[in-house]
Design a binder for this molecule. Structure first.
Ligand code: CTP
Length: 399
């Protein structure tokens, strides 16, 4: 594929050199474009040497007035990495005062952005509003990772690893539409069970795995319904999101949206217990010690397992020990077709992480270990195996 890689002016610009190397390895033809600010961080010569092509810079734009249109027409995918806060703002508003921004307006193909900036700049409402505009426009966003940033602060804002960006480019280059015509129902996030009007019981689920599954299914052509507990994530493009708070609300929405679903994935971390009678007013600190009497919440997955019609049912098991035994036990007791198991608590993987490492336990008796990867990549692998499993189950039933 003929890829235009636009490098913005951020400290992460040096990582784009590695991205270029990966793209060349994957067999793409890469043309690098640099903003004036990017040239302050990396010399165009680095990219010229890696690609064997002259880098397009702002100076080039001054020399040849209509070249941005020819360049736009010759290429199939525009990747902007790193996309700085300033670049995102310009693109969102259609400003066109240099080579890259004029090229962007002239380009009609798919656009992929990998933002990188300081955590406060990323979380600023102005940046988030620009991000929403770019998502709405249909662009693919490779979310920044969390971690130590060059500015000394910690949090989301770090350019995604070049391997993750390259994988997203691969998906854009070879879109799979193997879920076209299917309806996928996914639950994600934690639930919150109120104790009084201001307090609740919840858990550490971030919702990232469920949202990655929704994004993957939509990208592969499915109609996706996402029943989500309270999370801080942007709704994936093309996905219908229904927000819920408690396990009881989640159960009602799942049952309401179930008719017509072909695949149901219960990635939510549903609270197991709740207070049946929530006091109308805030509980006061009158006693030295209090005890809570909690009742079980509805087990949504078990109810789905009992109903089981034509849909394929996937549950999750987040365990701190005995992963395989627990996953197999849940598969049997809740009548699932697949259980996605992961170890939580002990490692940096799982709940809040951008990456995951899971074991798939299948109804056929098989187990498949998926090595550590981004949650988005794991989501695609889960759908690969869901489709394989469905074929295997159909073949077995037809026998
Ligand atoms: N689940 C559900 N409804 C509940 C509790 C769990 O639908 N009230 C689903 C989760 O969405 C997940 C699966 O059941 O797909 C496993 O959740 P988990 O909490 O690990 O299982 P439990 O059955 O609650 O088992 P335990 O807490 O004893 O490990």
């Amino acid at each position: 594929m003929k890829v235009l890689l636009a490098v913005g002016g951020g400290i992460a610009a040096y990582k784009s050199a590695e991205l270029v190397r990966l793209l060349m390895q994957q067999g793409h033809q890469v043309q690098v474009v640099m903003t004036r600010a990017a040239e302050e961080f990396v010399r165009p010569l680095t990219f010229a040497a890696l690609t064997g092509r002259k880098v397009l810079t702002n100076l080039f734009a001054i020399e040849s007035a209509i070249e941005h249109i020819a360049v736009a027409q010759e290429h199939e995918l525009l990747v902007i990495a790193p996309a700085t806060a300033d670049l995102m703002a310009k693109l969102a508003h259609g400003l066109a005062d240099d080579f890259l921004t004029t090229l962007y307006l002239a380009f009609t193909g798919p656009v992929l952005l990998a933002p990188a900036m300081n955590v406060n700049m990323w979380q600023h409402p102005a940046t988030q509003a620009n991000l929403a505009t770019l998502v709405k426009r249909g662009h693919t966003i490779v979310e920044p990772g969390s971690g130590y940033l060059a500015c000394g602060m910690s949090g989301p804002g770090r350019l995604a690893d070049p391997e993750i960006i390259a994988a997203a480019i691969e998906r854009a280059a070879h879109p799979r539409r193997d879920l076209e015509g299917e309806t996928v129902l996914i639950t994600a996030g934690p639930t919150q069970e109120p104790l009084d009007p201001v307090r609740y019981i919840s858990n550490r689920s971030s919702g990232k795995m469920g949202y990655a599954l929704a994004d993957a299914a939509a990208a592969r052509g499915a109609r996706v319904m996402l029943i989500s507990g309270p999370v801080h994530l942007a709704p994936p493009r093309g996905v219908e999101v229904v927000g819920v708070r408690t396990a009881a609300e989640m159960r009602d929405q799942v049952m309401q949206h179930l008719p017509g679903a072909d695949i149901v994935i219960k990635a939510a971390a549903v609270a197991d217990f709740h207070l049946s009678k929530v006091p109308d007013h805030k509980v006061k600190k009158t006693a030295a010690r209090i005890s809570l009497e909690l009742d079980p919440t509805p087990d949504i997955l078990a109810e789905l397992g009992r109903k089981k019609g034509d849909f394929l049912l996937v549950g999750f098991a987040a365990e701190t020990q005995n992963l395989q035994q627990e996953a197999r036990r849940k598969l049997e007791s809740k009548n699932c077709d697949m259980v996605v198991g992961n170890l939580v608590g002990a490692s940096d993987l799982g709940f809040e992480s951008d990456e995951n490492e899971v074991v798939l336990t299948l109804r056929t008796g098989e187990t498949i270990a998926l090595p550590r990867a981004s949650k988005r990549a794991i989501a695609d692998r889960i759908f690969d195996e869901v489709l394989n499993l469905r074929l295997a189950l159909h073949a077995a039933n037809g026998r």
